[in-house]
Design a protein. Structure first.
Length: 355
């Protein structure tokens, strides 16, 4: 076999023409879980699950144990299904060799699935390059079965998924409103499915409106940061500090450097848009040049930078860098660093000197 697409994996599951070995990884956690569970559901007979299904967490087992179960013949079923999550291949060359030898002659009645949930793949060397171990592992599965990389869907794909999801529930969602919902709730598929269920539960009319989304949809971290940026640029100190307060107290697990990085990204997006305009280029060129995955980032930057000059944005990036240095090199309270940052950014947006 070889490296296959999500559509090809879906076709294999639908037709029952399975590979004997699967290696599943990628950025999109929901899809990985979905297809792993779907393979199990389709392949494993519930009555004989105790005999034909073997599941391992990679950190709690050895390759010898896994391959021993993978050699077993199925009982009253077509397949013996072996599922392994997050096996630490990056720590053992010998385990990769054992698996390579097994995959050369894997039993026809065995379906062996290795997948990565918490661990990232491909493994990287200290210099940031893909390690030889990762390449060997992927090649071994590609020869014996199927390698499937499930990454985040594009904005258009997510919008299509939302439109279809609402339609199945008897409601109409336009593609533009689907993209708006993505800009509000983020790109995580599980989150978007939860938002779909929630909105449809409360809907009274068949048509979804922007007001309904604004009223019912839960805002993602990125959307909250966008609200902060908009309040800063509008000179609305009350709103800016209200949003900042919510980010500090409602997002308990978010680190200050991540919050600052997300704010900085919004201003970098605006700076890029402004530079493109100054060079006589359309903002859409930025998406391709800087590999933006979602149009909403560009659209937000175009809207928010409308009344700002390149000079103002450069000054804003300077104070963002100063805030980064303060977080990393001083003992100043993080909250105070952000409060000072908000003041300086608002003064720059309103062309007021603060130094």
């Amino acid at each position: 076999m070889a490296k296959i697409t999500e559509a090809e994996l879906k076709a294999q599951i639908k037709t029952g023409e399975y590979s004997n070995a699967y290696f599943i990884f990628g950025q999109e956690g929901y899809l990985k879980n979905h297809y792993v569970n779907l393979l199990k559901k389709k392949i494993v007979e519930p009555t004989f699950e105790d005999f034909n299904f073997h599941s391992y967490n990679g950190k709690d087992t050895t390759m010898d144990e896994i391959l021993k179960d993978a050699e077993l013949l199925p009982m009253m079923s077509s397949y013996n299904f072996v599922l392994v999550c997050d096996y630490p291949f990056d720590k053992s060359e010998s385990d990769i060799k054992l698996l390579q030898e097994f995959l050369k002659d894997i039993p026809e009645t065995t379906i062996l699935v290795f997948w990565y949930d918490a661990l990232e793949f491909p493994f990287k060397n200290k210099d940031g390059k893909v390690s030889a171990k990762a390449t060997k592992l992927e090649n071994a599965f590609a020869k014996a079965g199927s390698v499937v990389e499930l990454n985040c869907k594009t904005e258009s794909e997510l919008a299509k998924m939302l439109v279809t999801g609402f339609k199945k529930r008897g409601y109409e969602l336009t593609p533009n409103l689907a993209k708006y919902l993505i800009s509000i709730s983020g790109t995580d598929i599980q989150t978007l499915q939860n938002e779909t269920e929630k909105i449809c539960f409360y809907l009274k009319d068949k048509e979804v409106t922007k007001d309904i989304i604004d009223k019912l949809a839960t805002k993602s971290f990125q959307a909250r940061v966008n609200d902060l940026s908009k309040a800063i640029l509008a000179g609305d100190g009350s709103k800016a500090y209200s949003v900042l307060n919510a980010l500090f107290y409602n997002e308990k697990n978010v680190k200050s450097d991540y919050l600052l990085g997300t704010i900085t990204k919004s201003f970098v997006d605006m700076y890029r848009v402004k530079c493109a305009k100054a060079a006589g280029k359309p903002a859409t060129d930025i998406k391709n040049y800087f590999f933006y995955q979602y149009d909403s980032y560009i659209n937000n930057a175009v809207r928010d930078s409308a009344n700002l000059s390149i000079k103002q944005l450069r000054k804003s990036l300077d104070v963002l860098m100063d805030a980064d240095n303060a977080l990393k090199s001083t003992s100043a309270d993080d909250r105070l660093v952000f409060e000072e940052l908000v003041v300086k950014l608002m003064l720059i947006a309103n062309e007021v000197r603060y130094d």
